[in-house]
Design a protein around this ligand. Structure first.
Ligand code: GLA
Ligand code: ZN
Length: 689
């Protein structure tokens, strides 16, 4: 069975390699523009993202349009075999617009309107901003959406942020009226507004959260987050509507990054292709070692791939350093290729950079680029980029291949917003994202493919679902999880799960609320621990997972009662001693594990998931022992498997392969029994499926 989908554009049935390109900054330097074309080919680049911040170059005065520079750029791309993602330039606007129409400027939560400046600072509701955006977008679409160089739309740039202007306030109220069936009574109940006499008696009394106003009504805060996300998506849809009809075949993306303010699962629904930008701070600090960072990056690649269950694009990354890190370190030898191909390993069909050429002035003049101020190819960075170009050119058969996962981890925006807003149980650091990563990392280290899903997603395809700190879970989704387990699925949930429902009201009748029956436990009390407090999980001899050991636990602990579940491990100390800390409950055909406290040591999670994955019959990408910091990720077309063995450990490694026959995708040679990896090295292996 073929497990391949078509490339982003039939015009380029190859891996994409390229960068954000801003020729409008260099129109007075024609020799540089000519040189860029030569260098792009030399670097093995086949795509550029253009027009991203070019509004003033397209419309220098209101209603006066200048497209000639883009005409000649795109024509020169065609002559040189380079393609383009054409951006809509809404992410930053000309000064004339802010001057004439102040309503386009964003209002902060303190109700102060910003002055003109920066970028990503427009109101998503302003009728004028929407009108001006649609007008320019439609002109671009009319002129370029059939252009042979153009392979897709790059809508705006990294949508994010929020606006509190009067337009946005009214839109918020309308959004609430729809959600609560025009009933203030429903809204007041959903927000538990009788608390501190916050009951609303007219829609006009409702305001977005403000530092000098309301910040304590969790239901309001959560609905505001959802509204901001919906309104941003609505703006993106507005942009899409202004270009789509000119060429319905042209795929549409918008470059995401890891912002908090947008529910990307919802945004994904209106896009054809997912793309995202990532800037891991390699070699950053001693605490933030490259292995943790590699796992973090891998998890996010998986998240973006899962959004559409098909290959995504790495739209931006830096070829060397960034200009916004506290300390801008260079990528050590090998790291550029390793981190670029890491994206491909997790399902990207591109490696793209910010930026092609360093700008001569202004904010990002010291941000890494393929071409430095020196202007030539004789640099380490350029050579690193060219090497990636060469590797990607040899991976065309991987375009569109899939990454089948039998394991999923739940990580969703509603939960993320709610859990961080909840006052208590550990205001000094609840560490939700870190916890999700802690679980993910153990699977990543073993080369187990993982999808990153939301609690509303279909669960039926997975053998194992992990729900770390699933604080917000609706009754309905709780029931879906219950059915999933009943029908034979394996679940692992942790402390601080099943606490509140959709509008942030606590589940009554005992935690973990709608997961209580599934997990077969009652969590009577949950507490935050000081950094100096230490407890532990002692795994009981002969338990169902055959796990043993004594592991430190800290930060959060839950006192649970068994209600059908059996204990696999107990607390080590304090008045918790001997009480269940790790449990399993059998329900229908499936099993549900519960971890009641935060175990500190990564080795615990590796041991736990090795045992659970074995029991659940989950396969690994490579059936070899992988040293710590080495991972293997798999893509497949249904006939061939491609395994990316990546060494983030910081030392040379030798891996005993599993006895199957492998060829090396770069050299075409047979791979010996022992695979040697250099520091920051990787190998792309191919085997028959
Ligand atoms: C973001 C933006 C780019 C650039 C980079 C710098 O990802 O989209 O325009 O500013 O950051 O790292
Ligand atoms: Zn606004």
């Amino acid at each position: 069975m073929s497990m391949k989908c078509p490339p982003v554009s039939m015009k380029v049935p190859a891996m994409l390699h390229g960068a954000d390109y801003s020729p409008e900054q260099w129109l007075k330097y024609p020799e540089i523009l000519r040189e860029d074309l030569r260098l792009m080919k030399l670097a093995g680049c086949n795509v550029m993202s253009v027009g991203i911040f070019s509004w003033v170059s397209f419309e220098p005065e209101e209603g006066v349009f200048t497209f000639e520079w883009m005409d000649s750029l795109l024509d020169s791309f065609v002559e040189n075999g380079i393609y383009a993602f054409l951006a809509t330039p809404s992410a930053s606007r000309p000064a004339w617009m802010s001057e004439k129409y102040p309503e386009v400027l964003r209002v902060e939560s303190n109700r102060v309107r910003n002055l003109h400046g920066h970028r990503h600072n427009h109101c998503y509701t302003s009728p004028i901003y929407r009108e001006k955006t649609a007008l320019l977008n439609s002109k671009l679409a009319e002129r370029y959406s059939q252009h042979p160089a153009v392979i897709g739309w790059h809508i705006s740039n990294e949508f994010g942020g929020e606006c509190h202007c009067d337009y946005c306030q009214s839109a918020f109220k309308e959004w609430l009226k729809v959600k609560y069936d025009n009933s203030l009574e429903k809204l007041n109940h959903a927000w538990w507004a009788a608390f501190w006499s916050h009951t609303y008696t007219s829609w006009e009394q409702i305001e977005s959260p403000a530092p000098h106003g309301e910040t304590q009504v969790h239901g309001l805060n959560l609905d505001w987050r959802r509204f901001v996300s919906d309104q941003t998506i609505d703006f993106c849809q507005h942009e899409i509507d202004s270009v789509r009809s000119y060429n319905p075949e042209l795929p549409i993306t918008t470059n995401m990054h890891m912002v908090d303010s947008i529910d990307y699962r919802k945004l994904a629904k209106i896009l054809d292709v997912i793309s995202w930008d990532v800037y891991p701070e390699w070699h950053y600090t001693e605490e933030d070692d490259d292995v943790r960072l590699a796992a973090w990056t891998a998890m996010h690649h998986d998240l973006f791939r899962t959004l559409k269950q098909k290959p995504f694009l790495l739209m931006e990354s830096t070829p060397s350093l960034t200009n916004w890190q506290s300390v801008s370190k260079l990528k050590r030898p090998g790291m550029h290729k390793l981190s670029s191909i890491q994206a491909v390993a997790h399902g990207s069909d591109s490696v793209q950079y910010f930026q092609w050429r360093k700008s001569r002035g202004s904010s990002e003049k010291f941000h890494g680029a393929v071409v430095d101020h020196n202007g030539h190819e004789g640099t380490r960075v350029f050579q690193d980029v060219a090497e990636v170009g060469k590797t990607l050119a040899g991976l065309s058969e991987l375009v569109g291949t899939s990454t089948p996962a039998q394991t999923a981890i739940i990580y969703d925006w509603d939960n993320r917003w709610a859990i961080k807003d909840a006052q208590g149980i550990r205001n000094s650091g609840l560490r939700y994202e870190e916890t999700v990563l802690q679980h993910y990392r153990a699977l990543w280290e073993q080369g187990i493919s993982v999808d990153v899903i939301g609690s509303e997603d279909d669960l039926s395809a997975y053998k194992l679902i992990i729900a770390p700190m699933l604080y917000l879970i609706s009754e309905e989704n709780g029931q879906r999880i219950e059915q999933y387990v009943e029908q034979g699925g394996t679940l692992l949930a942790t402390y601080w799960s099943g606490i509140v429902g959709e509008t942030d009201l606590c589940h009554l009748g005992g935690f973990p609320g709608p997961l209580r029956k599934t997990l077969g436990i009652w969590a009577e009390e949950t507490e935050g621990l000081h950094s100096r407090d230490l407890n532990g999980v002692v795994l009981q001899a002969g338990n169902a997972l055959e796990l043993s050991g004594d592991y430190d636990a800290h930060e959060i602990a839950e006192l649970i009662h068994l209600e059908g579940a059996e204990a696999l491990g107990v607390y080590r100390s304090d008045f918790y001693a001997g009480r269940p800390a790790l449990t399993v409950n059998k329900l229908g055909e499936g099993e549900a594990y519960h971890l009641a406290t935060r175990v500190k040591d990564p080795a615990f999670y590796v041991a736990l998931y090795t045992a659970i994955a074995n029991k659940a019959g989950i396969s690994r990408s490579l059936d070899s022992d992988l040293p710590a910091g080495v991972t293997a990720q798999l893509r497949t077309d249904g006939e061939n498997d491609y395994i990316f063995v990546q060494n983030f450990s910081g030392s040379v490694q030798a891996i005993q392969l599993d006895g199957q026959e492998y060829t090396d995708m770069e050299s075409g040679a047979f791979v010996p029994e022992v695979l040697n990896l250099t520091v920051n090295g990787l190998s792309i292996l191919k085997r028959k499926r």
